[in-house]
Design a protein around this ligand. Structure first.
Ligand SMILES: Cc1cc2nc3c(=O)[nH]c(=O)nc-3n(C[C@H](O)[C@H](O)[C@H](O)COP(=O)(O)OP(=O)(O)OC[C@H]3O[C@@H](n4cnc5c(N)ncnc54)[C@H](O)[C@@H]3O)c2cc1C
Ligand code: SF4
Ligand code: SF4
Length: 422
């Protein structure tokens, strides 16, 4: 891998403390009050932003838009050859790299690993295409990506590409018009179950006696976590055997347990893996997303996504468990003797491909409702978009008085109608 000059993060302003905040960087801008307009955790207006960015809001009568947001095309995909150090095959960083190679942008705003802790993200502005190699891979944690928008403007960068997770992309889109950039390419990844980097280290400590030797971790769509080590070893752990019950109660912050956008619906292109059955998963959302794809199409192996299995019983069981946990009741633990059997069965009989992605989106939507209802019920009305209510209605979760916006009941009824036809 080409290692040129180490990417530098300029000094960042401190932002005021905010509850329900993933430090996306807006509170560190010159005007921290912009959070009120930008924040996914205050009063997101997805239909308005989807219309501004994609020309229309999600159409819940079109297959999968209720779950994945507006889109023009979806693919299973792999970059060929895959790139060293990438989280999957490196499509995300390659898209940005090609924009720099072709001088279509002045800089790319993304995360690089902290020199002292490879798992800690830090925001950087990349101007040399070769330096995108240093940004490959996933870090766990939050870092103020958007705080670098002002330094980017001061340096005279007018055309930017940004790689971001959904809460960062929401804030970016909400402020896009007033930021005044000539051109923005927004490359998004899905995101769920993020946590602070320090807490993530406690998870690594539970997984291995020598956590410092782990160089890669991914929750695969085949119900396994893959670990890679610095001596080349690979270890697969079935989800059911993960030491989740040993994690502290506050391991996942409330932001990530109540996040309403799993698939990055406001990006031009979403690059994930959930719906990819072992490959990557591309969601092309608008004309700019289509343009991005054309720049690397010849380097990609593309195929149609598949969808296998039925999600309803998995989601139902999950909702029941979250409901019990949120209500203070003990989780129904699976007996130990069942774990290896279920660990073997789930990749074979569980939902796969697009059905796996729908499963996870519905689980996240149910978590949003149940955790907010327990922790900050007064935020439900402003924080929960109508489509979330539509996603959870088949599982018996409906808004109680004062919890929903006015359109939620109508959206739920239409969505249930669509759900029953699938
Ligand atoms: C915390 C987290 C949770 C995720 N959960 C899911 C999931 O549940 N389902 C799913 O389909 N995909 C998820 N993803 C995305 C997935 O891990 C891959 O990043 C994505 O599939 C792209 O793979 P790639 O090989 O194309 O990426 P690469 O080419 O390796 O590029 C990865 C890009 O992600 C950026 N990045 C890494 N860590 C962070 C971070 N903490 N914050 C912001 N940007 C970061 C890097 O700077 C780089 O630009 C998650 C990503 C993160 C950061
Ligand atoms: S997540 Fe971003 S927009 Fe929201 S409060 Fe934090 S800094 Fe502000
Ligand atoms: S799960 Fe949601 S809130 Fe948490 S880091 Fe990811 S996008 Fe942000």
């Amino acid at each position: 891998m080409s290692k040129s000059v180490e990417l530098v993060t300029p000094p960042l302003r401190e932002g005021p403390y905010r509850s329900l905040c993933t430090d996306c960087g807006v509170s560190r801008l010159e005007d921290p009050t912009l959070c009120g307009k930008a924040c996914q955790f205050i009063a997101p207006d997805y239909p308005a932003l989807e219309t501004r960015v994609h020309g229309r809001p999600r159409d819940i009568t079109r297959p999968d838009e209720l779950h994945f947001g507006p889109f023009r095309a979806m693919y299973r995909a792999a970059l060929n050859p895959s790139r060293e150090g990438a989280q999957w095959t490196g499509i995300t960083t390659r898209l940005a790299e090609v924009l720099l190679e072709r001088s279509l942008v002045d800089a790319v705003l993304t995360m690089a690993p902290d020199p002292d802790d490879q798992w800690r993200p830090r925001p950087v502005l990349v101007t040399n295409a070769k330096d995108m190699a240093q940004c490959r891979g996933m870090r766990m944690g939050f870092a103020p990506l958007l705080a670098l928008l002002e330094p980017a403007r001061e340096k005279g960068y007018r055309r930017l590409a940004i790689i971001g997770i959904p809460c960062q992309v929401h804030a970016l889109r909400a402020l896009e018009a007033e930021l005044g950039f000539e051109r923005l390419y927004v490359i998004g990844t899905p995101c769920s179950d993020n946590t602070e980097t320090d807490k993530f280290h406690t998870f690594l400590n539970l997984l291995d006696a020598k956590p410092e030797t782990i160089t890669y971790l991914e929750f695969k769509a085949d119900y396994h976590v893959e670990l890679r080590y610095n001596d080349g070893r690979v270890r697969l752990i079935p989800f059911l055997k993960l030491p989740i019950s040993k994690l502290p109660q506050d391991f996942f912050p409330l932001t990530c347990r109540t996040c309403v956008d799993y698939t990055n619906v406001l990006a031009d292109i979403t690059v994930g893996y959930m719906g990819g059955t072992g490959a990557q998963w591309l969601i092309i959302r608008n004309a700019r997303g289509e343009e991005l794809l054309t720049h690397i199409q010849r380097e990609l192996v593309l195929s149609a996504p598949v969808s296998v299995g039925k999600r309803a019983s998995s989601v139902k069981g999950f909702v029941e468990n979250v409901r019990r946990a949120a209500g203070g009741l003990p989780l129904r633990a699976m007996p130990d003797f069942m774990r290896p059997i279920m660990g073997w069965l789930m990749p074979r009989i569980g939902p796969r491909g697009l059905e796996f992605a729908r499963t996870r989106v519905e689980m996240k939507a149910a978590e949003t409702v149940l955790h907010l209802r327990r922790a900050v019920p007064r935020r439900m009305r402003s924080m929960i978009p109508d489509h979330i209510w539509a996603l959870v209605k088949p599982y018996g979760l409906e808004p109680e008085p004062g919890e929903a916006r006015s359109g939620a009941t109508r959206e739920s009824a239409r969505a249930v109608d669509t759900f029953e036809k699938i």
